[in-house]
Design a protein around this ligand. Structure first.
Ligand code: F3S
Length: 754
């Protein structure tokens, strides 16, 4: 599990030269985000200044992290790259597939038996390819990354949107889809649109009941769930420096909730303290030598408006605790306003559950501050009015808080201690009575509170707040309780006012753990077998997609002309389908089942031209594939928006779809189609969308001359024998055309040509 100090020293060794060069090219002082970006260019030394929000740039991340749900398909694909080991340090974390129900031990052993084939696969594939494997029960991916791998000035990607958490240690850490992770693990560059920059200046100091969580709850309230899109949020100022490193992690973590590419903080003493406490004195030593490069140039923070695209200022001394929600994390309510807001909106004020944990808020500091509230309640004889559950962020934290009596404090109030895992945060919560779908309120310290997220009940009003506020609210049992002004009644009927939380940023006796749950990979994995049972319905080894046969695609059938919005969720639904993420054949049964058929305005009902009958989209695609008939999909604007889920491109490819022709693409999906060896095309003339008829047969006329910048001509033969030839644009460059020819980008990598 040891962090890779050599890799970190290598990053630092070239940082000064690269950043100095970038400053010269850009012609002005640089922000921290720019320093990290320019020192991680795929081309190594900067040769030009990039335009924020415009230029697409290839980067060379230092690390990759994958969680168990997304790692399955990423690693199945990586196995095809033909590499002996991953090209950059990589870890896999088993945290999403563990349901919270009874308590840590029972829940963990149930998960291990239910998902044993997935865990065994991830363990063996990690062992074979030099990947660090964190077993079920070891903790939540982002907490473990912060404890072990994050380092100031580094860049990492992870197949989870809250990878951004590592910004708490001064990294640029970005959540991506599996296909991007496969590229980097295979030794390729990783492309990102050069982000815009939002500066957040923190003045004053947190005090009383206010916690780092309130900073991001406030920022979310200001920027909304879309306000950070395409931008890096860089925090700075005296308020930032006065905050703990894990608190910074909380703030960066929820940058995902405002749509930000990532968030980060400059290297400071809190990071030194955290690195030392987690046994990484070597990183401190190395970082101290390049400290000037691990924060913005002084001129930037002195006059931030000049250097950021947007600037926000928050005075921490005046910041109130916030309670955000329900149903969206950007609906912010300061605690003093909750009484009137709850009444005005009819939110149930009785709290049923308080939950502390998730990658957002499960640090030692979080647990100790929340426990200080619980301790007061116990000491004063106050019985909690709501149920209470915690998920420690890692085994290291769980072990340490048990040693320090924090767990026993929680248990005195009947708190359920769940596994060190995501649990209720990802809907892995078998909550008694949730199926009745009753209107109710819960408070938690997680990051997301969308409808149904925690317990599947659309009527659960979930509110996000800090761990210490969760403790106070759960003890009071009321959403409109304000611990700053209100008192509670103890069991003798006496009024008790809770004191503000107290906690330790880091354990005074140091962290401790008996078995952190880490499995180091084999030094030479070449003889390790990756076993996937042929009868498994959750995992399936991938076969390489067929290369292009060099001929025009002819006699293709229209599978569906999708009408209106067609996101990656419409193309590859989530929910119950998540269990098939490692089984391409099974998950393909959800292909395009959410898309609206333009001819009948219905979902999952398209015409099978071979029989004339209407059937589900996957069934019709399978019928065409079985008959050796290629198919194409036609779509509307912004086709494939949403997530970077590679399944949305792999499923059509697997079921014989050869081309997707749309009015416009969401860029990531377009790239994913290219990577899987498909044709992602756009109408040269959007009105041609209307010319396409339900019974069309489709012939490509000049695919044999496929070249960058040259539109393709496609003939649509209608049922009555008439024809329309339309032009389709594309954005393939030479290299991407080679992906198409090889059958996929991975095929090309495996052939050693990429
Ligand atoms: Fe897990 Fe929830 Fe974080 S699902 S990774 S704890 S956002």
């Amino acid at each position: 599990m040891a962090f890779d100090i050599e890799m970190i020293e290598k990053v630092y060794a070239t940082m000064a030269e690269r950043v100095d060069k970038a400053r010269e090219l850009v012609g002005r002082p640089l922000t921290l985000s720019e320093k990290i970006l320019y020192s991680h260019l795929w081309e190594k030394m900067p040769t030009q200044a990039f335009t924020r929000g415009k230029d697409y740039v290839d980067f060379a991340p230092d690390r990759v992290a994958c969680q168990d749900a997304t790692a399955q398909m990423a690693l199945l694909q990586f196995m095809h790259a033909g590499k002996k080991t991953v090209a950059v340090p990589t870890t896999v974390h088993c945290d999403h597939l563990i349901q919270a129900k009874v308590g840590a031990d029972a829940d963990l052993s149930r998960a291990k038996s239910q998902s044993s084939e997935v865990f065994d696969f991830l363990s063996s594939v990690s062992n074979k390819y030099g990947i660090g494997f964190w077993k079920p029960g070891s903790g939540i991916i982002h907490q473990i990354v912060l404890e072990n791998y994050a380092f100031p000035g580094g860049m990492m990607i992870g197949t989870d949107s809250h990878t951004v958490n590592a910004g708490g240690l001064g990294m640029l850490a970005i959540g991506v889809g599996g296909a991007d992770a496969v590229d980097v693990m295979s030794g390729m560059g990783w492309e990102l649109k050069f982000p815009k920059l939002i500066g957040v200046k923190l003045t004053g100091k947190l005090n009383g009941w206010t916690a780092p969580k309130d900073v991001i709850l406030k920022v979310a309230d200001i920027l909304t769930v879309k306000g950070g899109t395409g931008a890096i949020v860089e925090y700075f100022g005296e308020g930032a420096e006065s905050m703990s490193c894990t608190g910074k992690g909380t703030i960066c973590n929820m940058g995902a909730e405002i749509g930000a590419t990532t968030s980060t903080f400059g290297y400071d003493d809190s990071m030194r303290r955290y690195l030392n406490a987690t046994d990484r004195q070597d990183v401190v030593k190395a970082a101290d030598k390049v400290a000037d490069y691990l924060t913005a140039d002084a001129a930037v923070y002195a006059d931030p408006e000049q250097y950021f695209d947007q600037l926000i200022e928050i005075n921490l001394s005046e910041l109130e605790p916030h309670i955000n929600g329900p149903f969206t994390p950007d609906r912010g309510t300061p605690v003093s306003k909750m009484k009137e807001e709850a009444a005005a909106n009819g939110w149930p004020v009785k709290i049923e559950w308080g939950l502390i944990g998730s990658c957002t808020n499960s640090s030692y500091e979080d647990m100790s501050r929340a426990a200080s509230i619980v301790e007061q309640a116990v000491a004063h004889g106050i019985s909690p009015k709501a149920e209470f559950g915690i998920n420690p962020g890692s085994e290291q934290i769980r072990y340490t808080i048990e040693r320090d009596g924090i767990i026993s404090t929680f248990e005195k109030m009947g708190t359920k201690v769940f596994t060190n895992a995501c649990g209720p945060c990802i809907g892995q919560w078998d909550r008694a009575g949730a199926e009745k779908e009753e209107k109710n309120t819960i408070v938690h310290s997680f990051n997301r509170n969308f409808s149904k997220r925690a317990d599947g009940n659309p009527n659960t009003h979930a509110f996000v707040t800090s761990p210490e506020m969760v403790a106070a609210l759960a003890i009071s049992g009321r959403l409109d309780f304000n611990p700053l002004t209100d008192s509670l009644l103890n069991d003798k009927g006496e009024e008790v006012k809770l004191n503000p939380p107290k906690g330790e940023e880091l354990p005074s006796k140091g962290f401790d753990v008996e078995d952190a749950g880490f499995q180091a990979p084999a030094a030479d994995g070449s003889s390790v077998d990756v076993v996937v049972s042929e009868s498994s319905d959750r995992l399936q080894l991938l076969a390489p997609f067929e290369p292009w046969d060099g001929k025009n695609i002819t006699n293709a059938k229209l599978l569906i002309k999708a009408f209106g919005k067609c996101t990656t969720d419409h193309i590859s639904m989530a929910g119950p389908w998540l269990r098939f993420r490692g089984h391409l054949d099974n998950i393909s049964n959800n292909m395009l089942i959410g898309a609206v058929n333009a001819y009948n305005q219905e979902t999952n009902k398209v015409k099978n031209q071979l029989t004339g009958a209407y059937d589900a989209v996957p069934a019709v695609a399978r019928a065409y594939k079985a008959a050796g008939v290629p198919s194409i999909v036609v779509g509307d604007h912004n086709y494939g928006e949403g997530s970077s889920r590679e399944h949305a491109a792999m499923e059509p490819r697997f079921l014989g779809v050869e081309a997707v022709l749309v009015k416009s693409f969401a860029r990531i999906h377009e790239t994913n189609l290219k990577k899987q060896g498909m044709l992602g095309l756009t109408f040269a003339n959007e009105a041609d969308y209307d010319k396409i008829q339900e019974n069309d047969t489709i012939n490509f006329l000049d695919l044999t001359e496929f070249a960058p910048g040259k539109p393709l001509a496609i003939e649509f033969v209608h049922e009555d024998g008439s024809k329309d030839v339309i032009l389709a644009n594309h954005t393939y460059n030479e290299g991407q055309i080679e992906w198409f020819k090889a059958g996929s980008a991975l095929n090309l990598i495996a052939a050693g040509k990429a």
